[in-house]
Design a protein. Structure first.
Length: 107
């Protein structure tokens, strides 16, 4: 399934890449992340946006990225994907990776 919107198609976006940056708050045992989204536009990778600091561990950054792509009009919110951005990223083989940082300010 490829649910790229007209906006994404007009920009000649053919792929997305997601980078998650996670930080573990040792004092309370919570994990937070930020997400950086890039798009392959005319054969070149371009940064198109990022998210604020969000609560979530593991691969939750993928869900956050999917929601950001929907909210900003790059992918369609159909078949429940508005509530499951992670699944959209999985179904469309959106490249992703994450790394952990030691300090909150490195998010």
């Amino acid at each position: 399934m490829n649910a790229y919107t007209t906006k994404a198609k007009e920009m000649n976006i053919t792929a997305f890449s997601v980078k998650g940056v996670r930080w573990f708050q040792k004092s309370y045992g919570n994990t937070y992340h930020t997400t950086y989204i890039s798009a392959l536009v005319n054969g070149r990778w371009e940064d198109i946006g990022s998210t604020e600091i969000e609560y979530g561990y593991g691969d939750h950054y993928m869900h956050t990225a999917g929601e950001w792509l929907i909210k900003n009009g790059f992918i369609e919110a159909e078949n429940g994907y508005a509530f499951n951005g992670y699944q959209f990223c999985q179904d469309n083989a959106i490249e992703s990776y994450a790394y952990d940082v030691d300090r909150k300010k490195d998010l």
